[in-house]
Design a protein around this ligand. Structure first.
Ligand code: PHE
Length: 446
């Protein structure tokens, strides 16, 4: 590949990779899945999986990407020519296709809410009224499809302009602002009357609620929030010059991600309990809770609007990475990038329409007792991502020499041999066994 772009600065890569990681997974999905799975115990298991599986896998993807400097398919082909290992990349592309198809539904909800805030439609309402307005918005077929399309159009436009111009610039300012706003929100939420119960719900593990399903969902969630298992991080690190410390990047991304997850949990659950709402409410949880918390702040709707913009940004930077991995494979050069961004982006939109409608007119269509939206999410988070992660953890020690991995890891970093050894053991032994056990356990094979 000639003339591949590179990130223009070290910070650029970190921000873009963190931008891919931090998104709906931490802010929207974590609270609702944790809410459905009993809170504290789920949170703890999620953290363990993030450290023991997510972090080593993230580093493994970085090593594959930077050492090959190629896209999600060619990178595997370069390391293992004439083999089937590049199917890891194909599975990743399929995952990202499905992922963006339902991710854009939630991204669209943010746009819809933002529109309501800007037009003053949410002033001075009660908590029930917020839920009712939101419920009627997302069940409206026209509105939900239009906002989904808008979300995808923004993604297409940015990705079609290329990684460097689009993704990097877009990620630069928003992250710090999001942190600050979250902290304000947490302070407000935990000082509501009756908030303590929610804090305990999140931080006090109750292991009697843990089932094999909880464990699988916690694992899936840890992969989802870090964007690992689908070769997105392979693609992003392939644009990276050799002088960047990969371990440091991985640690900081995991750290930021866990911080956001904690902040989101501490913003949502105290409010859920203080307001007497249901923690297991599902995908609508965050959208039902947040406006009420904001409305209890001075200039609440201004803050809510600002939050929604940052939230939208976090979701978009993740969406860019999903489309980018596919576009970087199918477009042979930069001239084709624009065309393919549009073709694939619009195909994803078409595929995602039934997911958008599953909160309204297609709500009764159930497959294995799940709505279309839930089936898409479940397939990606709990089947395809763990499968991709499993294959990566087998591929890396099998096809890449230990010495070469070490060489790549110490480029641009002063990582100690001991740390490398820990990583190697985690990737070679712990990851494949643990992922297999968790997946089989749920299938009932165990
Ligand atoms: N990590 C993103 C989030 O938490 C989702 C994502 C998964 C993005 C896989 C890219 C690839 O929102």
């Amino acid at each position: 590949m000639n003339g591949r772009e590179q990130w223009s600065s070290k910070l650029g890569f970190i921000l873009a990779a963190a931008g891919s990681a931090i998104g709906l997974g931490a802010i929207w999905k974590f609270p609702y899945i944790a809410g459905q799975n009993g809170g504290g115990a789920f949170f703890l298991i999620f953290i363990l999986f993030t450290l023991v599986l997510g972090l080593p896998l993230l580093l493994a993807e970085f090593l594959i990407g930077r050492s090959t400097q190629a896209n999600a398919i060619d990178s595997y082909k370069k390391i293992a020519p004439r083999s089937k290992w590049h199917w890891i990349g194909i599975i990743g592309m399929i995952s990202c296709f499905i992922l963006l198809s339902f991710y854009s539904v939630i991204g669209g909800w943010i746009i819809a809410y933002l529109f309501k805030v800007v037009t003053g439609g949410l002033n001075h309402l009660s908590s029930n009224q917020y839920s009712a307005i939101f419920g009627s918005t997302i069940s409206d077929p026209i509105i939900s499809i239009i906002v989904q399309l808008l979300f995808i159009l923004i993604t297409i436009i940015v990705v079609s302009k290329g990684v460097q111009n689009g993704i990097e610039l877009a990620s630069k300012f928003m992250m710090p602002a999001l942190f600050i706003l979250f902290i304000i929100l947490v302070i407000r939420a935990v000082t509501l009357d009756g908030a303590m119960e929610g804090v305990l719900f999140l931080l006090q593990p109750d292991f009697s609620k843990v089932t094999s399903k909880t464990i699988l969902e916690a694992m899936g969630q840890s992969f989802f929030t870090l964007s690992v298992g689908v070769s997105v991080m392979v693609t992003y690190s392939s644009y990276l010059p050799k002088n960047q410390s990969l371990p440091r990047s991985a640690f900081s991304i995991v750290g930021m991600n866990l911080a956001i997850v904690l902040l989101a949990g501490l913003a949502i659950f105290p409010a859920v309990f203080a307001l007497g709402l249901e923690p297991g409410a599902g995908p609508v949880l965050l959208f039902n809770v947040l406006p009420t918390v904001f409305s209890q702040l001075p200039f609440g709707m201004v803050f809510f609007g600002a939050f929604l913009i940052l939230f939208l940004f976090a979701a978009l930077t993740s969406a860019f990475s999903m489309l980018e991995i596919i576009v970087s494979v199918v477009s042979k050069n930069n001239a084709q990038r624009k065309k393919w961004s549009w073709i694939i982006g619009l195909a994803i939109f078409a595929f995602g329409v039934p997911s958008a409608l599953s909160f309204g007119i297609l709500g009764d269509v159930k497959i294995f007792h799940k709505t279309i939206f839930d089936v898409m999410d479940y397939t990606v988070s709990n089947i395809l991502m763990p499968l991709g992660a499993l294959l990566i953890s087998i591929f890396v020690p099998l096809k890449m020499k230990k010495s070469a991995l070490y060489e790549e890891m110490i480029k641009g970093s002063k990582v100690k041999k001991g740390l490398f050894d820990v990583w190697y053991i985690l990737i070679r032994y712990v990851a494949p066994i643990l992922i297999l056990v968790v997946m089989m356990n749920v299938l009932g094979v165990w």
